[in-house]
Design a binder for this molecule. Structure first.
Ligand code: TYM
Length: 338
């Protein structure tokens, strides 16, 4: 394998508001990786992915700008990182097509997210939803990205990205695409619903009480934590004691990720506490960490012209990296005029 420049890529769908799951599972890590400076960082609002299920056009437009504000409010610096929306860089879709011809139907059919999202009505799901992981592989590999920070739910898609890179390299006898590593780290790589400890916190859950939105105000955050489902037992004295208690485990993980400490540390500090005591501490912590972000998001969202300027500039920088990679991929595949 040739040496690839260390480069980080990740994306978030503008298919609804940012949730605490996105923040703790992905965004916090994006910011850390940006600030480590040992690699370039490229972050994307993946609007082409969002439309694999129906999106109201006006809402999608607004949600993309709001997500851009969310990235910046959480600490992404559009000078340090390349920050842009996917549809502005056509090379994603172009490489996505090549990968649709590399990936196999069977690989796609095994994707648990496809099975969950298409459900029993697969015949009526969009072709885009089925092909989604090939576009995701293109998002990453069009930049020759070496590291991809994500939450746990994206692990299988990243394994498929590696499979696509390996098959492309083998099929054409090249060492062209890197074998990307996923970065799934931290205390909250899978934040669960506040209403049901067996489901992940998601922007598409019909119940707003199941999630904390990054735009929620102080009272809403506190109320959602107060009403979060738990069990009647106090917090145990070690982590093992949370094994069969998914709701309790979730709140401990959220606390740990917000406080930047380990789950062990949270248990050591709060062992024996009832939820009537622990929940208010968690609510105070969440409000302290999240309200500056939501205030900054509101401030930035109020200036859409500035957001559009930043996104246009980000797309220009992204294209400068993507264009030559697509050209070489086309040459490898045998396209005339590439
Ligand atoms: P999306 O938009 O669903 O989520 C964005 C990021 O947030 C993480 N995440 C969570 N982490 C922990 N707990 C949760 N409850 C939770 N919910 C979401 C996700 O793991 C993700 O890291 N397919 C991707 C978007 C994408 C992408 C890419 C990611 C498209 N192309 C290329 C990386 C690289 C998705 O739907 O993420």
């Amino acid at each position: 394998m040739p040496d690839f420049t260390p480069r980080v890529f990740s994306g978030i769908q503008p298919s609804g508001g940012l949730t605490l799951g996105n923040y703790l599972g992905a965004m916090k890590r994006f910011v850390q990786m940006q600030d480590e400076a040992s690699h370039e960082t490229i972050y994307c609002m993946v609007d082409l992915h969002a439309i694999t299920v129906w999106q109201d056009p006006a809402r999608l437009h607004a949600a993309t700008r709001e997500l851009c504000a969310g990235f910046i409010a959480c600490g992404i610096d559009p000078e340090k990182s390349i920050l842009f929306n996917q549809s502005r860089v056509p090379e994603h879709a172009q490489l996505g097509w090549l990968f649709s011809c590399v990936a196999r139907m069977g690989w796609m059919q095994r994707m648990t997210q496809w099975k969950d999202k298409a459900g029993k009505n697969a015949q009526n799901a969009s072709l885009g939803l089925f092909a989604y992981p090939a576009l995701m592989a293109a998002d990453i590999l069009i930049y020759h990205a070496t590291h991809v920070p994500v939450g746990e739910d994206q692990k299988q898609h990243l394994e498929l990205t590696r499979d696509i890179a390996v098959k492309f390299n083998n099929d054409f006898g090249v060492d062209f695409f890197p074998i990307t590593e996923s970065v799934i780290e931290g205390a909250a790589t899978r934040v669960m619903s506040l209403r049901d400890g067996s489901r992940k916190m998601s922007k598409s859950d019909p119940s707003d009480m199941s999630r904390i939105n990054m735009t929620d105000d102080t009272d809403t955050i506190a109320a959602k934590i107060r009403k979060a489902r738990t069990d009647p037992e106090p917090l145990p004295s070690d982590l093992k004691g949370l094994d069969e208690r998914p709701e309790a485990r979730n709140l401990v993980n959220i606390y740990a990720a917000l406080a930047d400490v380990s789950a062990e540390q949270v248990i050591a500090d709060h062992a024996g506490q009832q939820f009537s005591t622990f929940k208010p501490s968690l609510a105070d912590l969440a409000v302290a960490k999240l309200s500056p972000i939501s205030a900054e998001m509101a401030r930035l969202t109020a200036d859409p012209a500035e957001i559009d300027r930043l996104l246009a500039r980000g797309a220009q920088r992204a294209r400068a990296v993507a264009e030559p990679v697509l050209k070489q991929a086309y040459e490898i595949v045998g396209m005339v005029g590439a």
